[in-house]
Design a protein around this ligand. Structure first.
Ligand code: PEP
Ligand code: MG
Length: 761
């Protein structure tokens, strides 16, 4: 069964559209289960009816025509109960509904299973048989498994608009506005043109794109094909001495496959239909790969890999060395990728970047944090997005609500254009606060610092009136390189940061890689990266990396003396002792080298639950404490900050998180140490009010949010915030807390500044 299942899934995933996929599914299931009928009914959300979308065994004319209301028939019952129904005498069931158009009269056995995706009912998958018998447990389990696989395919197709196309079969699909839901990654609205960024030469993710100049595209493809042919011949001749004749024959097979009459001819035909060469190549190669993988013969099945390899070779020649030049990005670029990385952000000139969209990841992913620092509207975790098709499309990124809109109609575009202009106006209004202190109406002052990583952040931060840097993520410059930067390279980068803010303090965090922050040149492959080798754990195991970094920081601070050093991911006091020992050693070495550097303040990040419960012991060892609320939330709630599936459970206002934050603030003050927050909660105007009320001494945030937070702090009193905190601490639900604080601030007149509620706790 498992093998059959695997092959059906493979075949479905290479189908060109939903109707194809459904036809394959019903045919293969009927065959595998040896039944007479297999059908798929999909729930049309507009009409709330189950429409017969594909069948093997019922009349084909009924497809797309026959439908049932959501409470009609056994299909309706499966949907309503959201569980399988398995009966041997369907016609005598009270819910049985006879559909004469399908010719289903004599079928007695019925097994129907719901098709559910992310808690949403999408349809019902049914098998039927004349003979009156109960399907056995194995068959039921098989159908349930098939349906779970199918759910993903249908959700994806629904997102693309294919379902609509199916039910109105003969009407041509018009350019239709489509909306995709993800998570808010970075607030703001961006309007522009999609630019799909693929990892180099990954054939399966190449986008579809229509072209006008067919002849030129055919010519481009022919050239790539010829280069690939030469390459394969060359490879063959190089290996001729080492391979046996039958292995050498494989190269001839390759050359033949590349022949104009085989694969090449099919790609050419698709280009002639208007598809660009890489898209046409992907379609043909994936189809071949699908066919070969289906074959019983092991030898032939393995040829799928050869075809894929050929496809990738041709693609590499098609892409050529000039792809991804800076001028290939549109002026209003909305960057779309399956998985955005911080490196990708660096590829597009910032002046052209209007928005970001990532299929994977969530609002707590590091790329989203960078996007917020750069002030670029971002939607993360748009899991069902047919992202490869968005290249060159008109797009709107709604980073407030986590929505992506493609092909917006005139009204929607107008609506968003107004929001965009309103945002610009708000930024200008807030500029006047630049040199004003963050002080409440009753005179409570709370310094607002910034988080930085890129040089552009630092420049923006100065513009926005930051009083210091609370978190400089040193891993960002490490990620932009293809090897570890040397001590003198690091010294130069750090010096720039320190000089830019001097005499204001700059808190440099030691290298925090692992988790979702990978260095291409230092891969860490682990089953549980967030619970693995991360942050200080890595650098304590590699004192040579740690010492080089600390020395570079210390040397960079010579004559400025505004450096503070901060340790990430501390989970026990021994790590602090060890790190302090190395820092003292580095300091002594630097002094010995003749640098005149004072010993900087050293602090610890509180990001792990164990650190919360040892806050006093940690506080006694260092000069300051700073809460990394992003990781602290992830570890307290056991929710991967990067996983869109559990993004709803990542609740920044969870009562457990707020209680932990209060414990930390009180504990730090008991041992007389200053404590701040540098996680995203500090830059959330709602969060900042609660943190100030808890007694935090400083908040560090991205520069985009700093003026908003300042404006809110200046507009309320400390007493008001403390009263709000008292009420909030009585509440058990994250959603209620978030809604309460939102409402309270709206009532105080901050609706425009805090923006719409994201609906998350
Ligand atoms: C945090 O975890 O809150 C934090 C500031 O660090 P990062 O987001 O870089 O992990
Ligand atoms: Mg962290």
């Amino acid at each position: 069964m498992l093998d059959i299942l695997r092959r059906i899934v493979q075949e479905v995933s290479t189908a060109t559209d939903l109707s194809d996929a459904l036809r394959v599914v019903v045919a293969r299931i009927r065959e595998a289960m040896n039944t007479e009928v297999c059908s798929v009914y999909l729930l049309d959300n507009d009409t709330k009816r189950y429409v017969l979308m594909a069948t093997e065994g019922l009349k084909q004319e009924a497809v797309g025509r026959v439908s049932l209301t959501s409470s009609q028939g056994l299909v309706g019952l499966v949907g309503a109960r959201a569980e399988p129904i398995n009966i041997d005498d369907a016609p005598s069931h009270p819910k049985f509904h006879f559909l004469s158009e399908t010719g289903e009269d004599p079928f007695n056995s019925f097994l129907g299973v719901p098709i559910i995706h992310n808690k949403r009912l999408m349809g019902v998958l049914v098998v039927q048989q004349r003979e009156s018998r109960q399907f056995d447990e194995g068959e039921e389990a098989f159908l349930v498994t098939m349906s779970a696989q199918l759910a993903g395919v249908i959700a994806h197709a629904e997102a693309t608009g294919n379902i609509l196309e199916l039910s109105h079969k003969h009407k041509r699909k018009e350019r239709k506005t489509a909306r995709f839901n993800g998570a808010p990654g970075s607030a703001g609205v961006g309007l522009g043109q999609g630019y799909v960024l693929m990892p180099a030469a990954d054939l399966s993710t190449v986008a579809d794109k229509q072209i006008d100049d067919v002849d030129a595209e055919v010519e481009r493809f022919e050239q790539a094909l010829e280069s690939a042919r030469k390459e394969v011949r060359h490879l063959g001749s190089q290996l001729s001495g080492e391979l046996r004749p039958e292995e050498m024959a494989l190269f001839d097979v390759y050359i033949n496959m590349l022949d104009d009459n085989a694969l090449g001819a099919e790609v050419n035909a698709r280009i002639r239909e208007g598809q660009w060469a890489p898209g046409a190549l992907r379609q043909v190669v994936m189809q071949y790969v699908g066919h070969f993988k289906m074959m019983e013969d092991v030898y032939l099945r393995e040829r799928a890999t050869d075809i894929m390899d050929l496809g990738v070779r041709i693609l590499a020649h098609l892409e050529g060395p000039t792809e991804r030049r800076e001028d290939s990005f549109p002026d209003d670029c909305i960057l779309v990728s399956e998985e955005l990385t911080p490196g990708m952000l660096g590829e597009v000139p910032p002046s052209k970047l209007r928005g970001l969209v990532s299929v994977k990841g969530s609002s707590n992913s590091h790329v989203a944090i960078l996007a917020r620092a750069m002030g670029i509207p971002t939607v993360m975790g748009v899991v069902d997005l047919p992202y490869a098709q968005l290249h060159g499309k008109d797009l709107i990124v709604d980073g407030y609500r986590g929505i992506l809109i493609s092909n917006p109609d005139k009204d929607i575009r107008q609506q968003y254009q107004e929001i965009f202009e309103e945002e610009q106006a708000l930024q200008e209004d807030l500029e006047v606060l630049r040199d004003e202190p963050a002080e409440t109406k009753d005179g409570h002052r709370i310094p607002l610092w910034v988080n930085t990583g890129l040089l552009t952040d630092a420049l923006r931060s100065l513009d926005r009136g930051a009083e210091g840097v609370g978190l400089y993520r040193t891993e960002v410059p490490f990620m932009m390189k293809d090897r570890f930067p040397s001590e003198s390279e690091q010294q130069k980068i750090y010096r720039e940061q320190l000089e830019m803010f001097a005499p204001a303090p700059v808190t440099m965090r030691t290298l925090d890689v692992g988790g979702d922050k990978a260095l291409t040149y230092f891969p860490i492959n682990e089953a549980n990266p967030f619970l693995g080798w991360r942050g200080v754990r890595v650098t304590l195991d590699h004192p040579e990396i740690f010492l080089v970094q600390i020395r570079a920081m210390l040397k960079a601070s010579a004559g400025l003396d505004n450096l503070r050093i901060m340790l990430p991911m501390i989970s026990s006091v021994s790590e602090v002792d060890e790190a302090l020992h190395l820092i003292y050693r580095a300091h002594a070495e630097v002094i010995e080298e003749g640098f005149d550097v004072v010993m900087p303040q050293v602090g610890v990040m509180i990001e792990v639950p164990s650190a919360v419960f040892q806050i006093r012991d940690l506080g006694l060892r260092v000069d300051f404490l700073s809460v990394g609320s992003n990781d602290l939330t992830q570890y307290l709630l056991a929710v991967d900050r990067n996983n869109p599936r559990v993004a709803d459970l990542y609740q920044a206002f969870h009562p457990a998180v707020l209680n932990a934050l209060k414990l930390i603030a009180d504990g730090a003050h008991e041992v007389g140490k200053p404590v701040s927050v540098c996680g995203e909660l500090a830059g959330n105007p709602l969060g900042s009010v609660l943190l100030m009320a808890m007694g935090y001494d400083m908040l560090s945030m991205n520069s985009t949010n700093l003026p908003k937070v300042k404006s809110v702090i200046r507009g309320i009193s400390h007493e008001w915030a403390k009263r709000l905190l008292d009420q909030v601490m009585q509440i058990e639900s994250a959603h209620v807390i978030a809604a309460m604080v939102q409402l309270a601030l709206e009532k105080e007149g901050f609706g425009r500044i805090i923006g719409p509620a994201s609906g998350r706790g």
